[in-house]
Design a protein around this ligand. Structure first.
Ligand code: FEO
Length: 398
């Protein structure tokens, strides 16, 4: 992709990673790829805000070179240490070794421990300002959104927020702005990003956004470090973040299960029929056929979770166990759940599931339902009633 003009004298000089399908190791599937966004500001002091993942360093440098010789960069803002944004920093600093790097104290420590460079680093804190010429950068520390070093930068003259990972999406396109792309796909990727990366940090995110709103900082544009720039309606993503961070949940049920011989799958379909009968949205995922990252995205705004497994060696099956382990790390709040599953003789899966959900802080809303071997007609009727009963606990009352 060529460079792109963001505003007068501000250019996107990032990279589009079309083919990445797994991110953060294998913790996040990126079916739409991603982008690493870096921004070049031309002013009395030429400033680069963030860089890209190291394999794309040359691509970023070429884009910069089309605008200005990289040797002319005076300042580099490191909003975040993680390697998808800092990987190209040693490469660009070889071309402009006198450039000053700005970031938080934790950023300084983190960059040193990643790259062992002897760079001119200036520590900045919230409310510190950096005059570039016509423009001034202001810094807002954002610890644990999502690393201890994280920081937002803000350009008052343009009302432009550069919040690094916050408000980003793993979404590779040839377009740069929200008014140029499919709105559904954009919000889908933003929700997936929040659910799989930021959800456990919700209380900090809620407070940080409230603090920003209290400061009445005008925001005309939000340019994150992944995906699309919000310029049509930046408050749309800010308000979505407030909802997600507040753990606002809809009357919707997500069922996730694992099955050996389809008996638990039969139970799942009957339970879902009961839930649907009560007028609630319900989605069923066999964890062995589903993308975990997508399932978590669906869970982000759902009030109810129904989790099932066949019993194997007196335990739940291993894939659903791994899924619940991942869910525990996301710390969802304000959710209710129930468990189901088939067994042959001793059982054990439903108790495992309930224990895991309780450890996650999710309320168990009703007794589990089990069926021995293959559920008969009566047991399937009970599954249907089980689903209806669970749905009634979620349905809005007026
Ligand atoms: Fe996109 Fe936390 O790195």
């Amino acid at each position: 992709m060529p460079k792109a003009k963001v505003l007068d004298n501000i250019y996107w000089v990032g990279a589009v990673d079309w083919n990445v399908r797994n991110f953060h190791g294998y913790t996040y599937s990126t079916k739409r790829g991603t982008t690493y966004n870096a921004y070049l500001i031309l002013d009395d002091k030429v400033t680069l805000v963030d860089t890209v993942y190291a394999p794309f360093a040359e691509e970023m440098i070429e884009k910069i070179r089309e605008i200005i010789p990289p040797e002319k960069i005076d300042y580099i803002i490191a909003n975040h240490v993680e390697m998808d944004h800092s990987g190209a920093l040693p490469h660009i600093l070889k071309l402009c070794p006198k450039a000053k790097v700005f970031g938080t104290a934790k950023c300084k420590e983190g960059l040193q421990k990643h790259y062992y460079g002897n760079w001119d680093f200036k520590v900045v804190k919230t409310q510190d300002k950096l005059k570039l010429g016509k423009r001034t950068l202001e810094f807002i520390e954002a610890p644990m959104i999502h690393w201890p070093d994280s920081m937002f930068s803000y350009i008052k003259e343009d009302e432009l927020l550069l919040p690094n990972d916050a408000f980003g999406q793993h979404y590779a396109t040839s377009r740069r702005f929200d008014d140029e792309v499919d709105g559904y796909a954009l919000m889908d990727e933003a929700a997936k990003y929040y659910g799989n990366i930021l959800w456990p940090l919700s209380s900090l995110i809620y407070k940080k956004i409230q603090d920003l709103l209290k400061l009445k900082i005008p925001i005309k544009m939000i340019a994150p470090s992944h995906g699309i720039i919000w310029r049509k309606d930046p408050m749309k993503i800010v308000n979505a973040y407030l909802d997600w961070a507040n753990n606002t949940a809809k009357p919707k049920v997500i069922m996730v299960y694992e099955t050996m011989w389809q008996a638990s799958a039969k139970m799942a379909r009957k339970i879902a029929e009961g839930i649907a009968e009560e007028g609630l949205d319900v989605k069923i995922f066999d964890i062995n056929q589903s993308d975990r990252t997508e399932v978590i995205k669906e869970m982000l705004d759902a009030k109810g979770y129904v989790i099932g497994s066949s019993t194997h060696d007196n335990e739940m099956l291993p894939e659903i166990a791994g899924f619940l382990h991942f869910l525990k790390g996301l710390k969802p709040k304000n959710r209710i759940a129930c468990a189901f599953g088939s067994y042959g003789w001793a059982g054990g899966a439903v108790k495992n599931i309930e224990d895991s959900l309780k450890e996650t802080g999710i309320e168990i809303a009703q007794q589990p339902i089990s069926a021995r071997y293959v559920p008969d007609e009566n047991e399937l009727k009970s599954c249907y009633e089980f689903g209806r009963n669970f749905a009634k606990k979620i349905k809005p009352t007026n």
